[in-house]
Ligand binder design. Structure first.
Ligand code: NOJ
Ligand code: CA
Length: 708
């Protein structure tokens, strides 16, 4: 009897202290979970027999309570597997397979407090989160710190932006981990409020590349009722630990059990293309909460917008404002959102089958909207006297075009929350189906940050409220996305990174910028980057001198394919498009919703080539971009339907084009291609190629020559 008991006890001990190993469905990725001698939860990640994350600690610190990170015993282990395919409302592919193995460990401390850590292991990554089940000793609580660690195996090459609580509108620095120094990063945001709390902190999605050529992406999925996770580097140990964005009094999150944190995600591959093709972050989000999704429409828009950024016109009406320091050197009082001007845009959109017209500066409040930190700024209802609201509603309707609403909150979120119901009513009454929101400047309630729990809840609340009212959302300056567009597919896009607009009025975005964003910011969801600027040099406009877009013209076209979003703006002035309607044809044609996506070539910081098949059409669109280096490559069109000949319209850099010296020189070639064709792409420095591939008609077959 005694022997039996001893053997049971020994077995139990072995069970509790042995690592729990879980392999991904194809067995390439391996998670090991273990409680160490101090009862601290630890995990390790291996990919193809190589360690990616060395044994790293897990845990949560609770304010005024013992830490939930040590003294645990393992009381329960649950494993399961899952394999389901689902169809997103819109996306880069028609169907997404969600296949993983799951391990949930229930841990208990001596005071009976319980914590569950749930892991989902995919072939190319894993997600894990903390769950707080209902229990007597842990009800309402405050998270004071998250102890999640990511212990790295070397001094990896890293693409990073500083850990700023209020903005992600930075250019990326590429350096070794040990060289990260957020404070000396001079490439600061040039806008809004900087809140950098430590030189060693960076933001996610973070991309690293190891010396052996493994790509590792760290981020999070389903950020709900929690603050954003930044990463704090321990340079001695080359280890990141989670750093949560605090609130006004320094707390990280207020929770009520039962509840859980967002998923922490580690995506890993030896192929850069696989990082981009990965759908793990979407899979870790909840399915759509919207039942009827027929009203959700991926779309393109033009807008009264870039003309303000280049200083041709202004948001404000009277032009007597004192506080408008947003864009230095900008003239005042040339109101852009006039009835007449908006009609011009509506006419253009109708003529070229562009669905939407965004109008910024339509409403009273822009006189001193920025940098004042004042509570009452906009009411989201009152138009300027020269913007005839009802006339424009009718005019847009008569032309079959949708006006897109603009709600700049200037960070006064209390004000927006008070007024949003009335604002939605106005939209519903006037046929507005989409809104672009904005959160420029410091947040009110004062002391809150853009990326803290309070604001995270605000963004999610707005998406939910808009969904209830069948309105689509494009949020500027929100927390960076974490795949919540699966749950709220009306949330078409976010900015949450340094967009094309910086090229209008700042040092701009270097040519490599757009080759990094897909590996970082876009991992969480679509970006409203606002591509399509044809007038590259800003000295074209009165008030601009040296600013310019840091790409060639055809690279701007390629961005419609490489920078995925179901909402794409044709961002330039319509008069610039009218000068170059042959190139504008690509923007007209390119799809915004896809059946399939092929990442053909990819290297973060260097180049990216993507081909996508338009939703429910036999058409493909290809975009290829490069950084500041010219690049030649051969692209096999073996993804095309073998039974079909296609007309390829190739929008390429002219031979002597160059992003800085000659950015607007392009050539357009039309040829016949098929599945066996290999295309030569010649990208100049900062250049790009965009290609549309459409089934050839009998007439096309006669008219065009085969590609040689
Ligand atoms: C910043 C946004 O990114 C930009 O698109 C907008 O025009 C301005 N704020 C004004 O709201
Ligand atoms: Ca912005």
């Amino acid at each position: 009897m005694k022997n039996i008991i001893i053997s049971i006890l020994l077995n139990l001990w072995a069970w509790a202290s042995l690592a729990q190993v879980l392999e991904s469905p194809n067995r390439q990725l391996k998670l090991s979970f273990q409680l160490n001698a101090a009862g601290e939860p630890t995990y390790q990640v291996d990919f193809k027999q190589k360690t990616v994350i060395k044994s790293s600690k897990l845990g949560i610190e609770i304010k005024n309570q013992p830490s939930l990170s040590q003294g645990f015993s393992l009381v329960k282990i649950d494993t399961s597997s899952f394999d389901q395919t689902w169809a997103p409302v819109w996306g880069e592919v028609k169907n997404i397979r969600n296949q993983y193995k799951e391990l949930a460990v229930t841990l208990q401390q001596s005071d009976n407090r319980r914590l569950i850590i749930r892991f989902r292991v995919y072939d190319e990554g894993l997600g894990f989160r903390y769950e707080f089940p209902e229990q007597a000793n842990l009800k309402h609580f405050i998270v004071s710190n998250e102890k999640t660690e990511f212990n790295l195996t070397g001094d990896h090459k890293t693409f990073w932006i500083p850990g700023d609580y209020d903005t992600n509108e930075y250019t990326y620095t590429t350096s070794k981990l040990s060289e990260i120094n957020a404070e000396i990063s001079q490439k600061f945001t040039e806008i809004g409020t900087k809140t950098i709390f430590s030189p060693n902190a960076v933001q996610t999605p973070l991309l690293m590349k190891t010396a052996e050529g493994l790509y590792i992406n760290l981020h999070e999925a389903a950020l709900v009722n929690y603050s954003a996770m930044q990463l704090m580097l321990d340079k001695t140990n080359l280890s990141f630990s989670a750093h949560l964005v605090p609130d006004a009094v320094g707390n990280k999150a207020y929770l009520i059990a039962p509840c859980h944190t967002p998923w922490r995600t580690v995506i890993v591959s030896d192929k850069a293309a696989n990082i981009l093709a990965n759908k793990m972050i979407l899979n870790l989000n909840e399915p759509s909460k919207i039942q009827n999704t027929a009203w959700i429409k991926p779309q393109k828009m033009v807008g009264v917008w870039w003309e303000m950024h280049v200083g041709k016109s202004t948001w404000d009406y009277a032009g007597t404002q004192s506080g408008e320091t947003y864009f230095a050197n900008k003239p005042h009082g040339r109101h852009g959102a006039t009835t007449e001007n908006v009609k011009r845009y509506i006419d253009f959109a109708a003529k070229h089958q562009i669905e939407g017209v965004l109008v910024e500066g339509w409403n009273v409040g822009w006189e001193d909207w920025f940098g004042q930190w004042k509570e009452e700024v906009f009411d989201f209802l009152t138009p300027y006297p020269d913007f005839n609201f009802s006339e424009l509603t009718q005019y847009a309707q008569s032309k079959g075009v949708k006006l897109v609403m603009h709600h700049e909150t200037s960070g006064s979120v209390t004000n927006y929350e008070r007024r949003i119901d009335e604002a939605i009513k106005l939209m519903k009454q006037n046929g507005y189906e989409a809104v672009k929101t904005g959160y420029v400047g410091k947040i009110i309630p004062r002391g809150e940050h853009h990326d803290g729990q309070w604001m995270v809840n605000h963004y999610n609340r707005v998406a939910e409220k808009l969904a209830q009212n069948q309105i689509m959302l494009d949020a500027h300056e929100p927390v960076r996305p974490t795949g919540l567009h699966r749950t709220y597919p009306n949330w078409l896009a976010c900015e949450a990174a340094r967009g094309n607009e910086f090229n209008a009025w700042s040092s701009g975005n270097p040519p490599e910028h757009e080759t990094i964003l897909p590996f970082t910011r876009l991992m969480g969801g679509p970006m409203d980057y606002t591509p399509g600027i044809f007038q590259i040099k800003m000295n074209h406009y009165d008030v601009r001198k040296k600013e310019q877009v840091h790409t060639t013209l055809t690279k701007q076209l390629a961005l419609y394919v490489t920078m995925y979003s179901p909402l794409q703006m044709a961002a330039d002035l319509i008069e610039n498009y009218e000068q170059k309607l042959d190139a504008f044809q690509f923007i007209k044609d390119v799809a915004v919703d896809w059946d399939d996506t092929k990442i053909l070539e990819a290297e973060p910081g260097d180049y990216l080539t993507i081909a996508r098949k338009a939703k429910n059409k036999e058409e493909w669109y290809l975009g290829a971009i490069t950084d500041e280096n010219a690049r030649n490559s051969m692209i096999k069109l073996d993804f095309l339907n073998p039974k079909q000949t296609y007309v390829a319209t190739i929008y390429a850099d002219a031979k002597d084009a160059h992003w800085e010296k000659n950015p607007m020189a392009y050539q357009i070639q039309t040829v016949l291609v098929n599945q066996k064709t290999a295309l030569r792409l010649n990208l100049v420095a900062g250049g790009g190629t965009a290609i549309s591939l459409k089934p050839a008609s009998a007439e096309d077959l006669k008219k065009w020559k085969n590609y040689k």
